[in-house]
Each structure stands twice: as C-alpha cells, then as structure tokens.
Design a protein around this ligand. Structure first.
Ligand SMILES: [Zn+2]
Ligand SMILES: [Zn+2]
Length: 250
C-alpha cells in the first residue's frame, strides 16, 4: 500500500489538456472495437499511451463512462494479454534476451504532435476540465483499495506492487536478479488477475449483458493503465505524495 498519503490537496500533475487532445480522445472512444478503430490497434501495439495521455484518457473515461471505459477496457485487456504472452515466454525459456514489453515507437498521440497547445474542434460542453479531473479523482479514490496493491514499487517508493511495464522491461534486459524466475512468476500472477478482471469487466458492456461492475473492473483498468504507463502521474492526480522520491518510469 502507499504510505504517507495526503488526499487533501490533489494536484493536476501536468498541463491542462488542449482542445486538440480532447478531440482525439472523443474520436478514440467512439468505436470500442479493434479492426474498426485503427488508433486503438496502434495503441495496443505500442502498449498504450505516455503518462500524460494515459491520464487524459482516464479523465475522459471518468466523464464519459460508458464509451470511454469500454474502449479503455479493451485497450488495456489486449495490452495486458500481450504482456502475459511475452512474459510467459520469458518464464518458460528462462531467456529474457530479445523479449520486450516496450515499443520502439512513441506514444501514438505524441507522434501526432498532440500536446497542451494543440487546437481542435471539440464542444466545450462535451468536456470541461478540471471538472473531469474531479470525476477521475473520485473514480481513483473510490476504487483505491482494489488498484493500490498494483502500484509499482520502483515508481513509488512506498508501494509494494509488481514492477510496471517500463521497470519490468529494464529488469528483463538486465536479466537475473532482481527479476529472476520467481519475480517473473509473481508478475505473471498479477497480470493474469488483471486480465481476468478486465475480461469480466468488458462483458458488462455487451448489449445483452446484465452484469454490473462492482468496482473490481474499473480498478483493474486503472491498475492496467498504471502498469502500462507508470504510476507517477496517477499517484499525483489522486493526491498521493511520492514518498522518498520516485524513480521516474517513463
Ligand atoms: Zn503521449
Ligand atoms: Zn515502475
């Protein structure tokens, strides 16, 4: 668990999102299906987005839950599934060389040049920040107990969770301790749990589904987003201080 928390003053951990970025998110969440959403396929291939754009996606999801969380759920379920395949291969062969859970390619939104200055056509009433950040903070706080055990111990020094993707990749490249076979197995157990929760969560979006998320689904999505992008910005957004200095993961 995180320690030394102070939830009284949540921070906005980056520059506010621009109209251009918001317009991208609007298009991105519109089609929650691979094959018909090229940008979703691209984001899956690249292990999601950078920390800033991950936070933006989560903020949008908190404001437009149905479409937003469905698309984000799909993005992270597929990404975690891919990570399990790579790490399982590493565990079974005991050879990490050549295996990677990182992409050479940049964040898909950064590659498009989208940043805090980007212009775009988006209706103000569709999304007004920081209103949506408040909703994101509620979402994060409400599901904290479910996702906090997954916070990377290398990103946040007071956390005890499995390594995030960036730190796991660095450990894989280094080989051996501290990322030996048992650490790899622990990592796999955590990711498999996330995968199961995300699959159940995605079923709640099916038209014929009567399923309701009890909080475990959205927490798995937050944990998966944190695993993919690193935890610094999410920790700041929810108002937790990074105790003892953080190792910057992205
Ligand atoms: Zn980015
Ligand atoms: Zn990390």
């Amino acid at each position: 668990m995180l320690a030394g928390s102070d939830m009284s003053q949540p921070l906005f951990p980056c520059q506010p999102f621009s109209d251009g970025e918001l317009a991208f998110f609007r298009r991105f969440i519109r089609h929650p299906s691979t094959g018909s959403n090229g940008m979703l396929d691209c984001a899956i291939e690249r292990w999601g987005f950078c920390q800033r754009h991950t936070l933006g996606l989560l903020a949008v999801c908190a404001s437009i839950p149905r479409a937003g969380l469905n698309t984000a759920g799909l993005l992270y379920q597929r990404t975690i599934q891919n990570a399990i395949i790579v790490l399982r291969r590493c565990a079974s062969t005991d050879v990490s060389y050549g295996q990677s859970v990182c992409s050479e390619e940049p964040c898909p939104m950064c590659e498009l040049g989208l940043n805090e200055h980007s212009t775009g056509l988006v209706r103000r009433e569709w999304l007004t920040l920081p209103h949506s950040l408040e909703r994101l903070q509620s979402l994060l706080n409400d599901s904290f107990e479910h996702w906090s055990p997954f916070v990377c111990s290398a990103c946040v020094s007071s956390a005890t969770g499995p390594l995030c993707r960036t730190h796991a990749d660095a450990a894989l490249l280094a080989g051996g301790a501290p990322f030996d076979v048992s650490a790899l197995e622990r990592q796999l157990v955590a990711l498999q749990a996330l995968d199961r929760h995300l699959l159940t969560y995605l079923e709640t979006f099916l038209p014929e589904s009567a399923g309701v998320d009890t909080g475990a689904g959205v927490a798995a999505l937050i944990a998966a987003a944190g695993w993919c992008a690193g935890w610094e910005m999410v920790s700041l957004a929810v108002g937790y201080r990074l105790v003892g200095g953080a190792v910057h993961g992205a």
